[in-house]
Ligand binder design. Structure first.
Ligand code: SF4
Ligand code: SF4
Length: 137
């Protein structure tokens, strides 16, 4: 199974070798979708974990025990597509190309490419995007 989580770190936890620990100990693949981490000020990662259900549970437990605040991302980006005026402003901020204009200059949203960075939420003049809630994992 695959699940997306937000991991929030204090500055003292930034240097922890998280990825190798999860892969080696719990047999979980980790895909970092978005990273905002800097030495000295902590940070936030959005990750997708892939593995057996029990392995994901144990991984989250271990992350919590290390002091990382883990929230499961329970929904995807919400998009009111029917109100879109196809101005293209959101495509300029979407680096994974989850938002792009097709050959007829109509906006296309590909949820499989979306990393939930939230940049389109601010970019859209029509305020058509909102991000999902998170819940404590
Ligand atoms: S949240 Fe918006 S800007 Fe970020 S990847 Fe998804 S569609 Fe693109
Ligand atoms: S910025 Fe908003 S209105 Fe413009 S193309 Fe993107 S979703 Fe549509």
């Amino acid at each position: 199974m695959k699940k997306r989580y937000t991991l929030r770190f204090s500055p003292t936890l930034v240097e922890q070798p998280l990825v190798s620990k999860l892969v080696r100990t719990y047999d979980v693949d980790i895909n970092i979708l978005n990273a905002d981490v800097a030495s000295g000020r902590g940070g936030k990662l959005i990750v997708e974990l892939t593995g057996a259900e029990e392995a994901l549970k144990e991984s989250v437990l271990w992350l919590n025990q290390t002091g990382i605040v883990v929230s499961e991302m329970v929904k995807e980006l919400n998009f009111q597509e029917d109100r879109c005026i196809n101005c293209g402003a959101c495509t300029a901020v979407c680096s994974p190309k989850a938002l792009y204009m097709d050959k007829d200059w109509k906006l296309v949203y590909d949820p499989d490419l979306c990393v939930l960075c939230g940049l389109c939420v601010q970019a859209c003049p029509m305020q058509l995007f909102s991000l999902s809630n998170e819940r404590e994992a």
